[in-house]
Design a protein around this ligand. Structure first.
Ligand SMILES: [Zn+2]
Length: 265
């Protein structure tokens, strides 16, 4: 099974505007129309079986509606929806429990869009509770091309947060920190409760650097991810297949590790 662990889409009524705004801001080309159906088609064309849908509440008032949408997708065959918690909400823990009770497997945190630093103690309660509930936390990591002035989740900050909550499973996107890969090697590689995803690294990351990070962190904690609509999953798969690693490591990165992490096997 091939699983893409990092995909974005939006409710049909919002997709067109959301994709247009994000593409303009980051100067990126969107490879889907941003809807669930449009995304599923591209995903299947790339040979991917399932994908993790990462939702982000960029304002506190969006938290509940975005999570309602995630919950509405819980029985989909292809989509594995994650929820979102906003650091400035007062009901973070109640909302986390609501997501968990509805069967949601994890949450996405994007500190650049949510305007806080990833190791800010205001999120300690959320990071800790996710461990207790068995929910996964996926962090945006490193430079965001749409909001690049201040990096709110550097590998050093992520290391601090992840080490403080050893009972919680975290994922740092973009191979631990987009354009911060030397810092990933120094700060993140080898941390047990941390996975790295390959989102948006299929085309723009130097392959040698990816091989170095995989060797240092362990291929059993790397997850194939595209960051669709910003990268086509077939490009992410092509990059993984081109790596100088064993065939079984490639199979695990493309889906085996994700299947285990999500208890699908
Ligand atoms: Zn993303």
């Amino acid at each position: 099974m091939i699983i893409d662990f990092h995909v974005h889409c939006f409710p049909d009524a919002l997709a067109k505007r959301a994709i247009h705004e994000l593409a303009e801001r980051a100067n990126l080309y969107p490879h889907s129309n941003g809807t669930i159906n449009g995304t599923v088609k591209h995903i299947k064309d790339s040979g991917v079986d399932k994908f993790v849908l990462l939702n982000i509440a960029t304002k506190p008032k969006q938290q509940r509606t975005i999570n309602d949408w995630a919950i509405s997708l819980i029985n989909d065959d292809t989509v594995i929806p994650f929820g979102s918690i906003h650091p400035f909400c007062d009901d973070k823990i109640e909302e986390l429990k609501r997501l968990h009770n509805a069967g949601i497997r994890g949450i996405k945190i994007h500190p650049d869009y949510q305007n806080f630093f990833v190791d800010d103690p205001c999120m300690d309660c959320v990071y800790e509770e996710c461990g207790k509930l068995g929910m996964i936390i996926s962090f945006h990591a490193g430079v965001d091309l749409g909001l690049s002035q201040i990096v709110h989740a550097t590998p050093t900050m992520i290391a601090k947060a992840v080490k403080k909550h050893p009972g919680t499973t975290f994922i740092a996107a973009h191979m631990g920190g987009y354009w911060h890969w030397d810092e990933v090697l120094e700060q993140l590689c080898g941390i047990n409760n941390l996975y790295l995803d390959t989102a948006y690294c299929g085309v723009t990351m130097p392959v040698k650097k990816a091989e170095e990070i995989i060797a240092a962190h362990g291929a059993d904690r790397i997850l194939m991810a595209s960051d669709m609509p910003w990268e086509i999953p077939s490009e992410s798969i092509k990059m993984i297949k081109s790596l100088n690693i064993s065939e079984s490591d490639k199979i695990n990165i493309m889906g085996g590790n994700a299947e285990k992490l999500l208890n699908l096997i």
